[in-house]
Design a protein around this ligand. Structure first.
Ligand SMILES: Nc1ncnc2c1ncn2[C@@H]1O[C@H](COP(=O)(O)OP(=O)(O)OP(=O)(O)O)[C@@H](O)[C@H]1O
Length: 266
């Protein structure tokens, strides 16, 4: 006889948006085989601000390139919404560190519209309206007819963010987007990114080698060991400023311990 008592409803675990599963990435040069990352695993949930943190050369940018579909893993698999990533696509938009990622002969608005039209996402009035919506979100409405050379570094990065967001990708890939800015602008841009996230809850995979930036931006932080990058720890974000301080010293200790081990092996 079956029981008629209804089972209590339990929320289903959220499916990951992005899965990086045992991913080894290598560069083949005429004389060397460089292993950039070794069997890296992580998964990003919808709405995560997922940060890849680690010392220079640990393969953060290479991982981002592979998620972007610009490089194939030699081992393992990358899946977006359950489907293997086999090449670039408008479902993954990249924002780089360099200020020259905009087309210099197009205005702010034209840069954003161009991306929408070239990808086939939208055209004509719809593309313009979408572009202006995101240009407004990054507070550049007044500069929509300006050319990139008329903008500051921070403003150019805002345009690149607006362009990426206007495509409404599944995930925004940001490779040290604020690293070339002065400290004050960098902090302001971090705040603005968080405000934008509060408004739209987009999913972002953010690369940095700055511990304070990782703690500020990340809802989750993947700590990678030095070359070749392997997962060292996955940490949750800090809620309070005391927690942030504790997290910062914990990360520093983990990275420092690795440096000592490296030095001893030399
Ligand atoms: N095009 C390339 N050809 C050969 N080796 C490369 C290439 N790009 C990166 N590498 C090597 O792969 C490793 C990882 O580099 P990557 O740029 O991904 O590290 P990173 O963690 O992003 O460093 P940084 O914080 O300095 O940008 C390094 O040893 C680097 O020298």
């Amino acid at each position: 006889m079956g029981l008629d008592v209804p089972l209590p409803e339990r929320p289903l675990p959220e499916a990951p948006l992005l899965e990086v599963d045992g991913v080894t990435l290598q560069y083949k040069t005429p004389h060397h085989l460089i292993t950039a990352t070794y069997r890296v695993d992580f998964s990003v949930l919808p709405g995560d601000r997922f940060v890849l943190l680690g010392p220079s050369g640990c393969g953060k940018s290479t991982l981002l390139k592979a998620v972007g579909g610009y490089m194939a893993p030699t081992e393992g698999e990358i899946r977006l919404k359950g489907r293997p990533v086999t090449g670039p696509g408008p479902d993954r938009m990249m924002v780089f560190q360099e200020f020259d990622q905009l087309l210099p002969w197009k205005t702010v608005k034209q840069n954003v519209v161009f991306a929408l039209e070239a990808s086939g996402r939208l055209s004509g009035r719809e593309a313009e309206a979408r572009a202006m919506h995101y240009i407004d979100k990054v507070n550049l409405t007044k500069f929509c007819d300006s050319y990139p050379h008329m903008l500051s570094g921070g403003m150019k990065q805002r345009v690149a963010i607006a362009r990426g967001m206007a495509m409404e990708p599944d995930i925004l890939l940001m490779d040290e987007p604020f690293a070339a800015l002065d400290a004050l602008t960098r902090r302001r841009m971090q705040d603005e990114l968080l405000t934008l996230w509060e408004e739209t809850r987009f999913t972002v995979l953010f690369v940095t080698h700055s511990i304070p930036e990782a703690i500020k931006i990340g809802s989750r932080i993947l700590l990678l060991s030095p070359h070749p990058g392997e997962v060292k720890a996955e940490l949750n974000s800090a809620g309070s400023s005391e927690e942030a301080m504790r997290l910062e010293s914990r990360i520093q200790q983990m990275l420092f311990a690795e440096e000592i081990r490296e030095a001893e092996n030399v």
